[in-house]
Structure formats: structure tokens, C-alpha cells
Design a protein around this ligand. Structure first.
Ligand SMILES: C[C@](O)(C(=O)O)[C@H](CC(=O)O)C(=O)O
Length: 523
């Protein structure tokens, strides 16, 4: 096998040049806010010996970064929606600055076996959809440019000139497993031309909505490891790709482990001596009882509380004040530190056992709060560029508290927000006026990127249903009246086959003319 034709001096020189270039990139205005747990030498040593830097993802990321910063300066926002379909994407160019590729939609329409948004599809599913969407954007950009340039300069002002290359934001879910799968996924996203991906703190296989229980998150440390992994992969590739730190802790009910003391304040334990929950459930199942009822009866019997609540329940007011004063001297206290403090400040013993409520899968019970979400978001912020607290319900006070608290630490922070499909604004206390102003009220808090992720399910399904009915009942007359005529009358005309420019007829001509002088449109 031939050896690499490079002297050791040259190898070292190239390495030092790489290190210098990496340090320069990391101190640029785009990246200066990021903090890495590693140095440029470590990353340079992890790189290839040739420059394999992908440029499309970086170009798109820098464009997105400029868009989002501008929104932040102006107090405005981007309103986009989710799709996996290049045709929909081509129309979004007229109204949206960005495109969202949703994991939920991919799980329905881009997989061998569709299913609920459980993030149970192969790890490269969403990157492959991003590659498809990005290629379609490049194609539209190419055919529009070619069409324009076949016209003299004076005529081009009347021609369409859409920005088809809207940066793509994509769903990286929880990274799909260990750090190596997260790295591979991040790499595929960058190679596909993505501008930004989001990574969350949900447990793999536990993104569930169907069992009537809250979500399961991973410990803070595991969440941060995921984000670091993506950052490292972007750095190895020299990519400017943006990382959106999504946090799903709001309303979560379980946590996979108690390894990180930052989470201990929120873990629930039994304050009465009862049999373990999982034993009660096994018995109940054998007896054919309703498990939901048994679980809720067990919770009442167990007197579920956080450790601090357990202290409060038995301590006098002055004991509890002494306890909290001591606890608050440090930002995070482990359970054992809390026990120690309680033993010194409270006379009574505190019975608290967080093993008893563990599920049959080993999860601990977790009591979420805005404070817990803020802590995670603040810990994650230096690793990423944008923050998103995914909420189960649109609780306005929580939304305000979250953004205000994070902005106290990071005043220029950029935020994202998702209008989940089944949000019930009325039930959540929003007046119609508040719903009307919601995007712009959010923008005032730095929420510069807002997404309706699943329009292609709710909206497209509805449109397809309506059209199916019309076509079956009225045939071509209904089509001409309700689709074709309005589409042709629309200014600019809705894109379709009749526009040779839009469907690439002229571009195809250009290829033929270039190599064979043939024309398919002017025969
Ligand atoms: C954004 C999301 O991750 C998605 O896959 O589109 C979903 C969407 C939804 O539940 O409406 C999510 O927010 O978890």
C-alpha cells in the first residue's frame, strides 16, 4: 500500500495551520458565544488529512444565523412549518425564510412502516429527507437562475426571483442512541446541507404520548453529552451548522437515572413505607385490575414528594427555614447532601425513598417545573446557538417565566417555539386576541424562529380530503372551477405543469442545447 507522501515536518505544519484556522473560526462573531469542553488541537487531530469541509451546510447556517440575528434585533420572527415534500417546499419559498423537516412527519411518510411520533425510525431517516429537500431547493434555484439568464438584463426585473434556498431546520430527536450514533447522524445532516438541527433530552424509545403518562427525560449530564457530541462532530467537519438545544423537561414525569445531582431536587420518592410500585402493578395485572387506577392509588398511599417537600411536611417553620437557607448556599445539592443538612436542621427523621416508585423499566419519578427547564436550558446554552423549551401545553405564564429567566443569564439568546398540533389555546386560557398576537408577543422575548411542525398532517390531510370529495363528486368540472382556474388566475400564477419554467422545461432545454442543440420546448 502506498505511504502518504508527506514529510513529518509538513504534517506538523499542516496540523498547526489547522489548529490556527479552527481557533480563528471559534472566535468569529458567529461562534464566539460557544464554549467547548475540548481544544482546537484535539479537534484538528480528529480531522481528515485532506480538507473535507462541507460548504453547503455552512453557507445555509450562516444565512440562517444572519436571519435570526436580524429578527432578534428587530423584535420580529420567522414563521415556518414542517414538511417532507419538495413540492410544498418550493411554495414555501414565497412566504417562508426557512423550512422545517419534522421527525413526526418523517415517521409517518418517509419510513417503511409508519407510526406515531415515537422517534423509532432509523437514525438516518431525517438526514435522508433533508438531502432530498435540499437537492430539490438547489434544482429550483438552478432552473430559475438559468431561466432568468436566458433573458436580457433589461427584461429580468419582471421575472420571478424567489429565494429557493431557504435554510433547512431539522429534527435530530434525541440522537438515536449512544454518542456514536449521534455523531453519525450529525455528520449525515451536515453532508445533506442542513442549516440547523435540534437535539432534545428525551430518553430513547420513550417519546410517548399514548399511554396517558408524561415523557421520560435523561439526566442533565446525558443531555449535555449529546449536545457536546453534535458540537464535536460539527467542529471535526469545520461546519458552521447551528445547534438548537431543545429541552422536553416541561411536564415530564420520569427520568432514566439519578446519576446527576443537578436533577436530585426534582426526583420524587415515597414518604410512606409501602411496597414498591412495580410489585403492586405485577399483582394488579395478575388480578386483572385496571393498572391506571392501581398506579394512582399507589401514588396516594406512597405520599409522593420531592425530598424538600418531604422535609417541609415534617419540619417546623423555623426548621424548614434553616434547612432551605443551608441548601441554597450551593446551586445544586445531591440527595445525600440534602439528607445531611436535614439531619442537622430538622429534629424528626425524614422518610424518603426514590427507589420505591421506580417503574418496571427502571425510571425514577420526576416532578417537572419551569425552574428545572430553565436550569437545563442554561446549562445547555453555551453548547448551542438557539434554545427551545418544548411545552406540552401553551401555558403563557410558564412561557414568559422561562424566557425571562434564561434571558437574565443570556440576554441575547435566540429562542425557538413549536406550535404543537393539539395545543388547545382556549383551554389554556388564551383569548382570541392573545392567540392573534402570540407570534409577535413571543418575538418580543427573543423567540425568533417559530414552527407549526405538523401542518402536512393536519392541513394537508384536510386539503386532500376536501379535494378527494370534490373530484369524486364533480370530476373535471369541479377541478377546473376550484383548482385550475384559481391557480391560473393567481398572481403570480400558482406553480404547475403549465409553467415550463417552474417544472424545469427550459432547464432541460438548456442541457440539450448545451450538448446536442436540441430543444423540447421550441420544436
Ligand atoms: C416538533 C416535533 O418533534 C416533530 O417531530 O415535528 C414534534 C411535533 C408535535 O408533537 O407536534 C414535537 O414537538 O415533539
Amino acid at each position: 500500500m502506498p505511504k502518504l507522501n508527506i514529510s513529518i515536518d509538513e504534517e506538523q505544519k499542516n496540523f498547526e495551520a489547522d489548529v490556527a484556522a479552527i481557533e480563528k473560526q471559534w472566535s468569529s462573531p458567529r461562534q464566539a458565544h460557544l464554549k467547548r469542553p475540548y481544544d482546537a488541537r484535539t479537534i484538528a487531530a480528529l480531522r481528515n488529512s485532506i480538507d473535507a469541509t462541507p460548504s453547503a451546510s455552512s453557507t445555509q447556517a450562516l444565512k440562517l444565523w444572519a436571519q435570526l440575528r436580524e429578527h432578534n434585533r428587530n423584535g420580529t420572527t420567522e414563521l415556518t412549518f414542517g414538511t417532507t415534500d419538495p413540492t410544498v417546499v418550493s411554495q414555501m419559498a414565497k412566504h417562508q425564510q426557512t423550512v422545517y423537516v419534522s421527525g413526526a412527519l418523517c415517521g409517518f411518510s418517509e419510513v417503511a412502516i409508519p407510526g406515531m411520533d415515537h422517534a423509532d425510525y432509523p437514525w438516518d431517516t431525517v438526514p435522508k429527507v433533508v438531502a432530498k429537500v435540499f437537492k430539490s431547493q438547489l434544482w429550483h434555484d438552478q432552473r430559475q437562475r438559468q431561466f432568468r439568464l436566458r433573458h436580457p438584463k433589461e427584461k429580468r426585473a419582471q421575472l420571478e426571483n424567489w429565494d429557493y434556498l431557504a435554510p433547512i431546520v431539522a429534527d435530530g430527536d434525541m440522537g438515536f442512541g449512544s454518542l456514536t450514533s449521534t455523531m453519525k447522524m450529525a455528520k449525515e445532516f451536515v453532508d445533506a446541507g442542513v442549516a440547523m438541527i435540534h437535539i432534545d433530552d428525551l430518553a430513547i424509545g420513550m417519546k410517548k404520548f399514548t399511554v396517558g403518562q408524561g415523557r421520560t427525560v435523561v439526566p442533565t449530564s446525558e443531555y449535555l453529552d449529546r449536545l457536546r457530541t453534535v458540537r464535536m462532530q460539527f467542529d471535526i467537519m469545520g461546519a458552521e451548522t447551528l445547534l438548537l438545544c431543545r429541552c422536553d423537561t416541561d411536564h415530564s414525569e420520569f427520568i432514566t437515572s439519578v446519576i446527576d445531582e443537578r436533577d436530585h431536587e426534582y426526583v420524587l420518592g415515597a414518604t410512606n413505607k409501602v411496597e414498591p410500585l412495580k410489585d403492586s402493578l405485577v399483582k394488579a395485572q395478575a388480578e386483572g385490575k385496571d393498572l391506571k387506577t392501581v398506579r394512582s392509588e399507589w401514588k396516594d398511599k406512597a405520599g409522593l414528594k420531592t425530598f424538600d417537600e418531604a422535609v417541609k411536611a415534617v419540619a417546623s417553620d423555623s426548621e424548614y427555614s434553616a434547612y432551605t437557607a443551608e441548601v441554597l448556599k450551593e446551586k445544586f445539592r445531591s440527595l445525600s447532601a440534602r439528607r445531611e443538612i436535614a439531619s442537622k436542621t430538622v429534629k424528626q427523621d425524614i422518610f424518603f425513598d426514590w427507589e420505591l416508585p421506580r417503574s418496571s423499566m427502571g425510571q425514577y419519578m420526576f416532578k417537572s417545573s419551569v425552574k428545572a427547564v430553565v436550569e437545563r436550558a442554561v446549562a445547555a446554552a453555551p453548547l448551542g446557538d438557539v434554545t427551545w423549551a418544548r411545552m406540552d401545553a401553551p401555558v403563557w405564564d410558564d412561557i414568559v417565566e422561562f424566557h425571562t429567566k434564561v434571558r437574565e443569564v443570556y440576554p441575547d439568546r435566540l429562542f425557538a417555539f413549536g406550535y404543537t398540533g393539539d395545543y388547545e389555546y382556549g383551554k389554556a386560557g388564551f383569548s382570541p386576541e392573545q392567540v392573534k398576537n402570540l407570534p409577535w408577543d413571543l418575538a418580543k422575548m427573543g423567540v425568533v424562529w417559530q414552527v407549526q411542525p405538523i401542518w402536512s398532517l393536519q392541513g394537508l390531510n384536510m386539503v386532500a380530503d376536501q379535494f378527494g370529495k370534490l373530484w369524486a363528486e364533480e370530476g373535471i368540472a369541479g377541478y377546473v372551477r376550484d383548482i385550475q382556474a384559481p391557480a391560473l388566475a393567481q398572481k403570480p400564477m400558482a406553480d404547475g405543469f403549465e409553467k415550463l419554467s417552474w417544472c424545469g422545461g427550459y432547464l432541460a432545454d438548456a442541457f440539450f442545447e448545451t450538448v446536442a442543440g436540441e430543444s423540447i420546448t421550441e420544436r
